[in-house]
Design a protein around this ligand. Sequence first.
Ligand SMILES: [Zn+2]
Length: 250
Amino acid sequence: MPEGDALHRAARRLQPLVGQRLEVESPNPRAQATGVAPRVDGRVLEAVEAVGKNLLLRFEGGLVVRSHLRMNGRWRIEPRGKARTGLPWLVLRGEAHEGVLWNGPVLTLETRNVDRLGQDVLAEEFDVDAAVARLRRVADRRLGEALQDQRLVAGIGNMWMAEALWSIRVSPWARVGDVDDGTLAKAVGAARGLMREALTTGRLGRQIYRRAGRPCLRCGTIVRSRGQGDANRTAYWCPGCQGGGGPPGE
Ligand SMILES: [Zn+2]
């Protein structure tokens, strides 16, 4: 599944197209139905950037195409005019290259900025205090769910949430309103640190994710898992060394 680092790589691949006036089309009928391609066809691509789980393509005139890759979406860069079979979602045709989006299930056009997204957890410049302030908006939510709310902080997926909270010994079931600012800052900082390290090394150092039923690598207690939040994503935690409580009713 594309996490934040996959989006950053896609943004880098598409950089050769920045500054060019592009021919844009949607061979895939489902993508055509979004109406995105004709709105940006013939415009200059001004920037491509990864923000959280979204790839943002900024075109002249303040038009922003937002591409969320979900499970299967892929951006590729290919030589202009390369023969292909299949129906890509979007083709961005420049002078020498084409950026091609395959299986991009979410493609939308935005005319305002995307301030409603939280800061990108992988960004070079990151304001931890601002991220903590956003998390404070959801005092009643569980920490594991809040860390994955893209409006609060963008880019933390389920795996990194689990790893970050295990690393700082806090349960994903802790209520945001019950933990102090320092703990929220450590949680976001841990996710950021682990994700940036993975981006640099290309390795995932899993300690807790998908280890339910096995002994905790730190204290030996059996790791648990349970669906959490509106999206029912599986949270993994160690009841022995992660403080802050368990699921509702326990
Ligand atoms: Zn443990």
